[in-house]
Write a protein that binds this ligand. Structure first.
Ligand code: NAD
Length: 421
């Protein structure tokens, strides 16, 4: 069984491999040592302690973080995660990945990320509200619509964003919808935000399939994770005529070479993305990853594809909807085996793109239809994919390194032109 120490080691190694790839990418962009020293860590990291009055009258103190990677291009932006395993290293790595996502998609942002060590499933709604408001009070000096704009991430949702926006507006004494994205529609949320990550994954998956000569219609796809990203993605792929042969959640996996009945599974899943516990013939997540398929989409957690299982993966395309699902060693093995990898910083960028649209709409006070949102998302992600794909061919590098080269380019220019390095 994995221990807490194992878990922290894995997160530290994710952070280290992010730093390694930044160094490598900067080599292609003419970045010097000072540029690397500046970009290898967030510019700012705030640790906060949040006292929360629990329903039974006792006080529990939670630890939270907010990291701001780099604001040379514009305000920082990124989600807030509520999870028992949140660590400083994880928040730092995630803030860097947000910078890369914004760079690839050309958004006027740097990366930010926040998190609170907590298990939201063990909290009542009132406790969750007090914790969310307490976090905003603790970080309010550091964030704001033109400084750092939070959003939802793992185990946070539009209700939590609504409480946070309300708390921030109270502190600032004016209505501040642009402080946070992923809000409910009635408070200035954007049409299409909820399914935007999965929409984005669908767009880049289609582009990758084209390059690999695979038709999405009829393609056999395995999706690991059936939460926000994985379930919407399974739905979109099913509707596009793909054969979703495997899905999974934290408790197990289902695999059927004939294709699963996705509408039925969507109907039966609970709000935490769990469905496999309803079936007797489930297999393990590790077994699922090496089953026959054309396209594999990890959409659950980090470190799922490693040097142990990479040699046995059958997919021709790997689309990383989750953040950090593949280790550096596994990336090497898969690339050598000719698997086309669409890295996380590109594949899961749909969420931040539509978050950006939400912020633009809040600033303008003018709201778009879902069709307009989807059309603009489609345009940005198709171009982003092409840019990363072409750079990987031109520079003869794998898609992950190519994504970092494209993603860091504008930030390198901005820190130079501002005279920081
Ligand atoms: P979620 O919490 O809604 O769903 C997670 C899913 O993964 C659930 O089905 C859960 O049962 C499953 N899971 C949890 N632990 C697992 C384990 N050990 N093995 C296998 N499955 C497990 O989360 P989400 O929002 O869908 O996010 C999934 C991934 O996508 C994360 O890496 C997240 O950072 C990334 N992502 C999400 C968004 C978004 O907008 N939702 C945006 C960018 C990236």
């Amino acid at each position: 069984m994995a221990t807490i120490v194992d878990h922290e080691k894995k997160k530290a190694s994710l952070f280290e491999s992010t730093q390694n790839i930044i160094k490598e990418a900067l080599g292609y962009l003419g970045g010097d040592t000072a540029t690397y020293e500046l970009m290898k860590e967030p510019l700012r990291l705030l640790t906060v302690r949040i006292p929360v009055r629990m329903d039974d009258g006792t006080v529990q103190v939670f630890t939270g973080y907010r990291a701001q990677h780099n604001d040379a291009v514009g305000p920082t932006k990124g989600g807030i995660r509520f999870h028992p395993d949140v660590t400083e290293e994880e928040v730092k790595a995630l803030s860097i990945w947000m910078s890369i996502k914004s760079g690839i998609t050309g958004l006027p942002y740097g990366g930010g990320k926040g998190g609170i060590q907590c298990d939201p499933r063990a909290l009542s709604m009132r406790e969750l509200e007090r914790l969310s408001r307490g976090y905003v009070r603790a970080i309010s000096q550091l964030v704001g619509p033109t400084k750092d704009i939070p959003a939802p991430d793992v185990f946070t949702n539009s209700q939590i964003m609504a409480w946070m926006m309300d708390e921030y507006s109270e502190i600032r004494e004016f209505e501040s919808p642009g402080f946070i994205t992923g809000k409910p529609l009635v408070l200035g949320g954007s049409a299409g935000r909820e399914s935007s990550t999965a929409k984005g994954v669908t767009i880049v998956l289609r582009e990758a399939a084209k390059r690999a000569g695979i038709s999405v219609e009829g393609a056999r796809v395995i999706v690991q994770g059936f939460g926000n990203a994985g379930s919407f993605l399974s739905k979109f792929l099913y509707e596009a005529g793909a054969k979703v042969v495997g899905i999974s959640d934290a408790y197990g996996a289902l695999y059927d070479p004939q294709g699963l009945d996705i509408p039925y599974l969507l109907d039966r899943r609970d709000s935490f993305g769990t469905v496999t516990n309803l079936f007797k013939n489930s297999i393990s997540n590790q077994e699922l990853l090496v089953q026959e398929c054309d396209i594999l989409v990890p959409a659950a957690i980090e470190n799922q594809i490693t040097e142990q299982n990479a040699p046995d993966i059958k997919a021709k395309i790997l689309v990383e909807a989750a953040n950090g699902p593949t280790t550096a060693k596994a990336t090497e093995i898969l690339t050598e085996r000719g698997v086309l990898i669409v890295p996380d910083v590109l594949a899961s960028a749909g969420g931040v793109v539509v978050s950006y649209f939400e912020w633009v709409q809040n600033n303008q006070g003018y709201y778009w239809s879902e069709e307009e949102v989807n059309e603009k998302l489609e345009k940005i992600l198709t171009q982003s994919f092409q840019q990363v794909y072409q750079t990987s061919i031109d520079k003869k590098v794998n898609m992950r390194l190519s994504a970092y080269i494209v993603g860091l380019k504008r930030m390198v220019e901005a820190v130079k032109i501002r005279g920081w390095v």
